[in-house]
Design a binder for this molecule. Structure first.
Ligand code: ADP
Length: 159
């Protein structure tokens, strides 16, 4: 049976840090599903449609990938696509507590679903979607930290 892993997130927007985790994850599993979680509690900067398009654009070189949007529990999505694992990126100790909490909840909801952590590339370990939004809002140079299409999307928004 195909081993499918899910890479969930809000990707608001996708950064080179996310992309690095997705690329590395795609080499470990037969298929990767990037799941854009439509989380009602967060007020996003980019719309779902914009985020989806950006992810599709920057991951088109990866062959064993599919990008989806999901509203609701991650375990429901995992069930639907028969995924065996969730891939998360770990940047620093500060990520650990939150990740431990959601891993434990997902395990409680679906015991067979394993969470696999990939250590962030040190070149990107300081990047988050929030920090890139802040820098972009002041017109700062984000080259090398976000894909070019994301840079263009910021320029359009801030025009
Ligand atoms: P969430 O709101 O679920 O944390 P994000 O879009 O912020 O969604 O992040 C999705 C995943 O990508 C998380 O596992 C997060 O730790 C990871 N991630 C975010 N930024 C980076 C980065 N710079 N390097 C590696 N992993 C990252």
């Amino acid at each position: 049976m195909k081993k499918i892993a899910i890479c969930p997130g809000s990707f608001d927007p996708i950064t080179n840090g996310h992309l690095d985790i997705i690329e590395r994850g795609s080499k470990l599993f037969d298929e990767i599903r990037v799941v854009l979680l439509n989380n009602q509690q967060k007020q996003p900067f980019f719309t779902i449609q914009e985020r989806l398009q950006l992810i599709q654009e920057v991951t088109k070189h990866i062959k064993n990938i599919q990008v989806d949007v999901h509203s609701g529990l991650l375990v429901e999505y995992a069930e639907k696509v028969q995924a065996c694992a969730v891939i998360r990126g770990l940047r620093a100790v500060s990520d650990f507590e939150y990740e431990m909490q959601i891993t434990a909840v997902n395990k409680k909801l679906k015991d067979e679903l394993e969470t696999v952590f990939i250590m962030a590339n040190t070149a990107y370990s300081f990047i988050s979607s929030s920090i890139v939004k802040e820098v972009a809002s002041y017109g700062g140079d984000l080259s090398g930290l976000i894909p070019n299409v994301v840079q263009t999307a910021f320029e359009k928004k801030f025009k």
